[in-house]
Ligand binder design. Structure first.
Ligand SMILES: [Fe+2]
Ligand SMILES: [Zn+2]
Ligand SMILES: [Zn+2]
Length: 501
């Protein structure tokens, strides 16, 4: 049998339409729940709905205050825009639409709200997920998966305090990028502040019970935070199939096909300067911290596979399940400013201790909203069995830069050249989900080569030795040139994009 066809992410006209789903009643209640008893979703409502309602009311008050005063300083700010967008997702009796939840038969998580095969997300215990991924013929991991945790709110608060102490110990003399909500709605929106200032503001807020969000006190949202928590990766990601990205980076570091230039950075942020190996190596693990009311517009993560572990607080992880062709076209055009139709962004409520897995190659357009000050640790990973879909996602990001909130990684050419070699070197092609047979294995290799070639054509520049000129894709995306660029065809010379006057 021929290998699985590579997912054509670029040609949207041939993509099959998403399966028809049960209508979602206003407020997100599935029309035909599996049982009328307490399922995982209704338990989640019981535990967390009041938190979301409180947030909705505070954000609405902020919005009205700005709109009611003729010359408010936050008029047409990113904050104003955020308030407007968030209001759009809150329509309905349960603060908008919630993701339907599927669980395995006799799952220790309890009963789902919809049958497993059609639910928006799956809830599984870590053991169930491991068994599911390790099955002889595993089914595609084609939707987000939550592993619910058992962490008390108190323990969550302790974790946030511990993170603050470590942040101070390690990076007191440094600075951190934050969302600049006060900036103009059209601005790129980051602001660098001293770590000590961030530390102080968070600590003050933690000490104040029933603190409300006001226009005078906008939430802080740290960006690109380095991992200082030393948490271990989730058990399931220790399975062989999920080691792909780490293996490729290790090969690159140990002098693979293309040597990655050495570079170190002492800031608390992931990428202070954009250098080749900053992008991928440093996002293998990261931390996230945001105060309640923080929101990021719709985006996908550039590498396509992300896990997060909620170590304290609550996060409503909105996402658009099975986007239609029309929706994808709008999204490719508008990026983070895209406003999906009412009810299309569905809430996955992440409680303290919960893990969320956005599976590699499965497109999850997400927009996280922080419901209570929230600390997460997380990382990126790839999956042996999803290589074609991962490459499809990368080609999509290369072609439509707005679909991700991060630029196409400068390090990716090294990683993809290493991947080509890795696939060729691996005799057992079955680990990639390829059916047995020499032909199938060779076909798979060729498909990977073709895909990498396609990505190369999308990201390389043809500026030549005179330096990069206006219109250069590297220059425009703000990334360094790579060995794929014409001027660096042999992997030699400077990695910097230099504009010629
Ligand atoms: Fe993300
Ligand atoms: Zn160039
Ligand atoms: Zn270039």
């Amino acid at each position: 049998m021929a290998p699985k066809r590579l997912e054509s992410d670029i040609d949207t006209t041939t993509r099959p339409r998403p399966p028809k789903r049960a209508r979602i009643a206003q407020g997100g209640l599935p029309e035909e729940p599996v049982s009328s008893g307490a399922n995982v979703l209704s338990q989640l409502w019981d535990r967390t709905l009041s938190k979301l309602e409180k947030l909705r009311d505070e954000l609405a008050a902020c919005y009205n205050e700005i709109s009611d005063s003729p010359k408010h300083k936050l008029d047409d700010s990113r904050w104003h825009k955020l308030l407007y967008e968030v209001d759009g997702i809150f329509n309905g009796e349960r603060c908008g639409a919630w993701s339907s939840i599927g669980t395995l038969p006799r799952s220790s998580c309890g009963e789902g709200s919809e049958p497993f095969g059609v639910a928006d997300v799956w809830y599984m215990s870590m053991e169930e997920l491991e068994g599911f991924c390790n099955a002889a013929n595993p089914r595609p991991l084609d939707r987000p998966i939550v592993v619910p945790g058992q962490m008390s709110e108190k323990k969550g608060l302790r974790n946030i305090r511990l993170w603050l102490e470590k942040l101070h110990d390690r990076h007191a003399n440094s600075s951190i990028d934050t969302q600049n909500y006060a900036g103009k709605s059209t601005s790129t929106g980051t602001k660098r502040i001293p770590t000590t200032k961030l530390h102080q503001s968070i600590e003050t807020a933690l000490g104040q019970q029933d603190r409300t969000i006001t226009n005078e006190r906008l939430p802080l949202n740290g960006l690109n935070l380095r991992d200082i928590l030393d948490e271990s990766i989730p058990e399931v990601l220790k399975l062989h199939r999920f080691g792909l990205l780490s293996s490729l980076l290790a090969r690159g570091e140990s002098g693979g096909i293309l040597d990655m230039p050495a570079y170190t950075d002492s800031s608390a942020g992931k990428h202070r300067l954009r250098k080749p190996q900053d992008d991928v190596t440093n996002c293998r693990t990261f931390n996230l911290f945001a105060q309640r009311g923080s929101w990021s517009g719709p985006h996908t993560d550039v590498l396509g596979g992300t896990w997060v572990h909620n170590l304290g607080g609550y996060k409503a992880w909105y996402y658009v399940p099975n986007p239609t062709d029309e929706e994808l076209q709008e999204y490719q055009r508008d990026g983070a400013s895209w406003s999906p139709a009412e009810g299309r962004q569905k809430c996955i409520m992440l409680c303290p201790g919960d893990y969320l897995f956005m599976m590699p190659g499965c497109r999850v357009i997400h927009s996280p909203l922080t419901v209570e000050d929230c600390l997460m640790t997380g990382g990126m990973f790839w999956d042996d069995r999803a290589i074609p879909a991962i490459l499809g996602h990368l080609a999509w990001v290369a072609q439509y830069p707005y679909v991700s909130n991060e630029p196409f990684p400068s390090e990716m050419p090294y990683v993809l050249e290493t991947l080509k070699r890795f696939v060729k070197d691996t005799k057992d092609k079955q680990r990639f989900g390829v059916e047995p047979g020499l032909k199938a294995g060779k076909d798979f290799e060729k498909e990977v080569d073709r895909f990498v070639e396609r990505i190369k054509e999308l990201v390389k520049c043809k500026c030549g030795t005179g330096g990069c000129k206006k219109g250069c894709p590297c220059l425009e995306a703000g990334r360094a040139c790579s060995p794929w660029c014409v001027s660096h065809a042999k992997g030699s010379g400077s990695m910097e994009c230099r504009e010629t006057k």
